[in-house]
Ligand binder design. Structure first.
Ligand code: ATP
Ligand code: MG
Length: 335
């Protein structure tokens, strides 16, 4: 990162709350991989601190964190050329979050729709962490003077809040943080649930038929796509009210590079059965190389932990610089 200071900085994070879905992949992770190939300086984090908001079993969290780390490498993100790390290994994230908490209005945080959705979904555990989640996310981003944040459409509101917080801090204390821009891929921006296509596909959905996990077996992928909710029209066409078909067309388009017009032509006069088979096959092919590499990496835990350690050291170097600048500006007494 030091040698090519002019390259734009990209940061994104994913929670180890479950195996990522096809939605995470098409909405975010596929872009992470594309952006990591040299044009940008990329930092990618497993957001384990964020996932504590839903209180995972400690043993599950530990296992899933390393799995998620392996998933990032299995996508083909090179840990030598990029910084791939685990959030809690870089203490500056939590430290900066406190400074930013004090620069965020209660009302602003209360407007976040994810907070409202998640507190409805988990009424038994509406903790303050769930409420301040977007502020920790702002810290994740601002610590690295990030230019671009590849996210799915569901995180747009959080990114806007991060920008507002950064602008406020800069106004009050003087220029400290770069104002980040969202980077939202077009078609995969919002992959919807297969069972309820007006809601986004989510890896924490209690119904496993609603999502395709990136590690699902081929036959499971086929079954889930075949049982995806559609409509009774039997015409493969992108149109209002055809949420299920629109969603499958979006998925097919992302996996094959074909646009909607080409897809409509390809399936003219054919039924949903043929269309679903083609979608399933495209998804299976898209995920195959990833799955093979994941299985190989999971057999080499020593390599994974070595990489995570090196990633945390590299990230800390940059994080420490921004944190110390921010602390100084706020007037905290420096030694
Ligand atoms: P959770 O239900 O635990 O919040 P999630 O599936 O929303 O899980 P996150 O870890 O919150 O996953 O998000 C990781 C990235 O995936 C974010 O950039 C988010 O915008 C993106 N993403 C999540 N769901 C979708 C989706 N259905 N379509 C496109 N992108 C998505
Ligand atoms: Mg989410």
């Amino acid at each position: 990162m030091e040698t090519a200071e002019k390259k734009k900085i990209v940061l994104s994070a994913i929670q180890p709350t479950g195996t990522p879905t096809l939605g995470n992949y098409l909405g975010a992770l596929k872009n992470w991989k594309d952006m990591s190939e040299g044009e940008y300086n990329c930092l990618y984090a497993v957001a384990d601190l964020h996932s504590l908001t839903v209180r995972p079993e400690p043993a599950d969290l530990r296992r899933r964190t390393l799995e998620m780390y392996a998933i990032l490498l299995a996508l083909g993100i090179d840990p030598e050329k990029n910084i791939v790390f685990i959030q809690s290994h870089v203490p500056q994230h939590a430290q900066l979050a406190w400074l930013l908490n004090c620069c965020t209005q209660f009302g602003e945080a209360a407007r976040m729709t994810q907070f409202k959705d998640k507190s409805e979904k988990h009424p038994e555990n509406v903790n303050v962490g769930l409420f301040t989640y977007p502020i920790l996310m702002a810290a994740d981003i601002l610590l690295y003077q990030t230019d671009f944040v590849p996210i799915g459409a569901d995180q747009k509101q959080h990114l806007e809040l991060a920008r507002d917080i950064a602008e406020r801090f800069n106004t009050v204390y003087g220029n400290t943080f770069k104002i980040p821009e969202p980077f939202i891929g077009k078609v995969g921006a919002s992959v919807m649930s297969l069972q309820d296509p007006v809601h986004k596909m989510s890896k924490s959905d209690p119904n496993p038929r609603a999502f395709i996990s990136m590690l699902d077996d081929d036959n499971v992928i086929v079954k889930k796509i075949k049982s995806a909710v559609t409509d009774s029209e039997a015409v493969v066409k992108y149109a209002e009210g055809k949420d299920g078909i629109n969603n499958l067309m979006g998925i097919y388009s992302c996996c094959t590079g074909k646009n909607f017009e080409e897809i409509e032509q390809e399936f003219e006069g054919k039924g949903y059965g043929d269309f679903k088979s083609a979608v399933a096959e495209a998804v299976v092919e898209e995920l195959r190389p990833f799955k093979d590499e994941f299985n190989r990496l999971m057999n080499d835990k020593a390599y994974l932990t070595e990489c995570a350690k090196a990633g945390a050291e590299k990230a800390s170097h940059f994080a420490a610089r921004t944190l110390s600048k921010a602390m100084k500006k706020t007037g905290l007494f420096q030694l």
